[in-house]
Write a protein that binds this ligand. Sequence first.
Ligand code: TNX
Length: 521
Amino acid sequence: MVTQRVRTALVAFVLGASGMVVGSADAAVKSSLQELVPAPVQVEAHNDITFTLAADAKIGIGSPEATKPAEYLAGVLRPSTGFALPIEHGVSGTGIALLIGADARVGDHGYQLDVTPKNVVIRAKTASGLFAGVNTLRQLLPPKVEAKTKQAGPWTVPGASILDYPRFAHRGAMLDVARHFFTVDQVKRYIDQIAAFKINYFHWHLSDDQGWRVEIKSWPDLTKIGGSTEVGGRKGQLFYTQAQYSDVVKYAADRNITVIPEFDMPGHTNAALASYGELNCDGKKRPLYTGTDVGFSSLCIAKDVTYKFIDDVVREISALTPGPYFHIGGDEALSTPDADYVKFMNKVLPIVKKHGKTTTGWHEFIKTSTDTALVPQYWGTEKSNAAVADAAKRGNKVVMSPANKIYLDMKYNKNTKLGLNWAGYIEVKDAYSWNPGSYLTGVGEGSVRGVEAPLWTETIKTSADIEYMAFPRLPVAAELGWSQSSALNWDKFAPRLGAFAPRWKIQGINYYASSQVPWKK
Ligand code: TNX
C-alpha cells in the first residue's frame, strides 16, 4: 500500500502587516501559543504535535551557564507537577533541554524554543536568553502549573517553533519601599511576578522623605531614626539589614533581574535630615515626616559632610550591588536652588563613578552633565523635554517612564480606591497606547534604552495593593519593552492579556479586572 505522507500542519504565526502574531489554519484552535505576553517575534505552530511532560522527565543542560535558568524552571514546575525533574548534564531521553548556542538572530537576550513530541528545547546565546525562553515555556503550559501544590496533569505544551528577542535591552519595574515599607518576602513576591514577564531590572527606591530603608554601617542612625516610620506614622524597624539587601539582590539575580538601588538626593531626603543634624545647613535635625508632600527637603549643598555622607552610602551599597547602575534620584529638588543643584550633581556624579557604577537618575539631573554614559529616566508627562533631547543627541540612552502612561500608582479611573491622579487616570488601554521609541521629541528608537514602570507607594500598603496597581499594567509595560513595535496592537493584545485571568487566580494575584479586557473564565 502506498503510504500517504501526512502533511504536517505547519502554521506560521508571523508578524503581519499590522504587526501582531497572526494567522492560524484553524482559528477555532485557541492555543496558549496565541496567548503569550510579551508577544514573541515569531511563532510557528505545529498543530499535529503536542509535548506532554512525563513524571520521569529530566531537565537537561548543555553547559554550566544553563544551571540557573534550569533551577528557576524546576522551581516553578516541581511543586505543581509533583515530578522530580532532576537537572542533568547532557541531553537524553524526553524532557526539557536548555542549551547554549542559537541562531544569531536571537542576539544576547533572545531564545529559540522548539516543541517536539519528545522534547522542549530552549536555545540561547546566554543564560539571560534561556531565562526568557523558560518564562515563555511557563506560559505555554496550563495555568495550574503556577500552583504551589501538586495538581493533576496532563502537562501539555503545543507543538511550536518560536524565535524571539527583545526590542529594548532594559525592561524595568520600580518599587518605592520608602513611602511604605515592604518586607523582604513582599519584595521577593513582586520580583517573582515581574520576572515572569521578562522584566530584567528591579529599581528599588530605598530612601525618601518618609524613610531610609537600608542599613549603612558608617551612618547607623539613618535606619535607627530614618527607618523607624513611614507614611501614616506606623512605627517599627522598617528597614533592611545589609544582609537582607544582599539576599534580595541574589534572589533577583537568580531570576535574571539586576537590582538598581536608588537613594534619592538632594531632595526627598527628610529621613536622612531627621537622622543627622549635620546634614542640614543649620545643623539641626528635622522632625520625621509621615505625610505625602514632596519638594520640601534638601541636603545642605555647601557642606563637605554632605559629600562624605554620599560617598559612604555609595561605597557601602555599591560593594553589595553587582549590577552596573546606581540611581541618585535627583527629582523634584524644589527646595534646592538651580545653581546649587548643578554644584551638587557636579560633586556627586564623580563619587558614583569612583565607586565603579554608572549613574542613572530621574531626568532632571541630566541638564548638569554632558557625560554620555549617564542614563536619564524620563518621568514627565510632556512629549518634549529639551535637556533630555540634547542628551539623546549627544548619545545618552534614555529609560522611558512617562508618568501619564506607565506610572503604576496612577488610578485606573475615578473609582479606583488606591493610587494618585496627578498625571491623570491610566486605564489599561492608555498604558498600552504609546510608543516608547517615538514618544519624546528628539528621543528616537536608537536613543531609548528601554521602558520602566514605577510604582510609588504613598497609598500602597500591602502586596494585594501592589498587585492591584501592577496587574495588568506591569505586563503592558513588559510588552512595550520587549515586543517589536510592529507587534503592538490593542485589539489583539486585550484578549492575550485576558487569557491570564485563570493563571493569576491560581497565583493569588489581586489583579484589576478592567472592563476593557475580555477576561478568560
Ligand atoms: C512624583 S516621579 C515623584 C514621587 C512621587 C510620585 C507620585 C518622581 C520622580 N517623583 O516622589 O511619589 O510623583 O506619583
